[in-house]
Design a protein around this ligand. Structure first.
Ligand code: C2E
Ligand code: MG
Ligand code: MG
Ligand code: MG
Length: 272
């Protein structure tokens, strides 16, 4: 009888859904193994000033999957966040970035560069986030003044008192903050006056059509004007053409990141 009931129950399952669930479970398992087998790599993308001088890099995560090849973060970060695996993965990213900062501090040409690291809301919200950063800084010998954390509006809208306390503590170490994908989240602008933010990052969705879309142009200009009025740095991401760069420069933006200056690449391929 139990067997019959089980069979009947099974009929209620949507086979498509069952496939999706098992693919997901397999991917979670792969993700967990990737962490243990050190199958993650970092790529670096240059950030340049108006003279084309490199002022820093952003580190971007890549998963080298045994079978599926290189998987981009958009395809696994959400899963890593849901499962909490983003916490150890993010810890690994920060550690590698800080090791690089330490190595660069011994090189006259590289010692002034900053490294920007993307931080997930899930990671930042952990109780021991600040102490884990302090540990990483101590272990690697990295200069916190060269470490920039890229956070999103979602974080700023989450638990403001907790976020503010952590940001102030990290700021007191010398760490700086950039708001990634600025203008795409849904949060009020009021946090800009109460939180220790150093830089706004104009989202690539506004940069893409800045030449042809009046609306995107207006938004990009508003971000640049806001940043300048509040004494914040501003950087445009996703800059692919000289025309975009020149227009952004005329609009008052002076730091850029995008394929025009270099795609994200391995540290060995990075030409500063
Ligand atoms: P993001 O931080 O906004 O990074 C910018 C994305 O735009 C990167 O995609 C980069 O490769 C891409 N990009 C750079 N220049 C251009 C350009 O000129 N044109 C176009 N079309 N795209 C450009 P990527 O590497 O696939 O990363 C996607 C997102 O995944 C990142 O967006 C970030 O939110 C997240 N991410 C990446 N690495 C990490 C990480 O270590 N930790 C966390 N939590 N998130 C990460
Ligand atoms: Mg970023
Ligand atoms: Mg971005
Ligand atoms: Mg983005």
């Amino acid at each position: 009888k139990a067997k019959e009931a089980g069979r009947n129950n099974a009929q209620f399952f949507d086979p498509q859904m069952q496939i999706a669930v098992s693919i997901r479970a397999a991917l979670v398992n792969d993700l967990y193994e990737a962490l243990q087998q050190e199958n993650f790599r970092l790529v670096f993308q240059k950030q340049v000033d108006q003279f084309g001088h490199v002022v820093g890099v952003e580190v971007l995560l890549r998963w080298h999957h045994d079978v599926k090849g290189i998987i981009s973060p958009a395809d696994f970060i959400p899963l890593a966040e849901e499962t909490g695996l983003i916490v150890p993965i993010g810890h690994w990213v920060l550690t590698e970035a800080c090791k690089t900062l330490y190595l660069w501090s011994k090189d006259e040409q590289l010692m002034t560069l900053s490294i920007a690291v993307n931080i997930s809301v899930v990671q930042f919200s952990k109780k021991d986030f600040v102490s884990s950063i302090i540990n990483i800084l101590q272990q690697t010998g990295a200069d916190p003044k060269r470490l920039k954390l890229e956070i999103t509006e979602t974080l700023l809208a989450s638990n403001v008192p907790d976020v503010k306390a952590k940001m102030l503590e990290l700021q007191s170490l010398g760490i700086t903050f950039s708001i990634d994908d600025f203008g795409t989240g849904y949060s009020s602008l009021s946090y800009l006056k109460s939180l220790p933010i150093n830089q706004l990052k104009i989202d690539q969705s506004f940069v893409r059509d800045v030449l042809n879309s009046q609306n995107d142009h207006a938004i990009a200009q508003a971000v640049i004007t806001l940043a300048s009025a509040m004494n914040l740095d501003v950087i445009a991401e996703g800059v692919e053409t000289l025309a975009q760069r020149d227009l952004l420069q005329r609009m008052g933006c002076s730091v850029y990141q995008g394929y025009l200056f270099g795609k994200p690449c391995s540290i060995d391929a990075l030409v500063i």
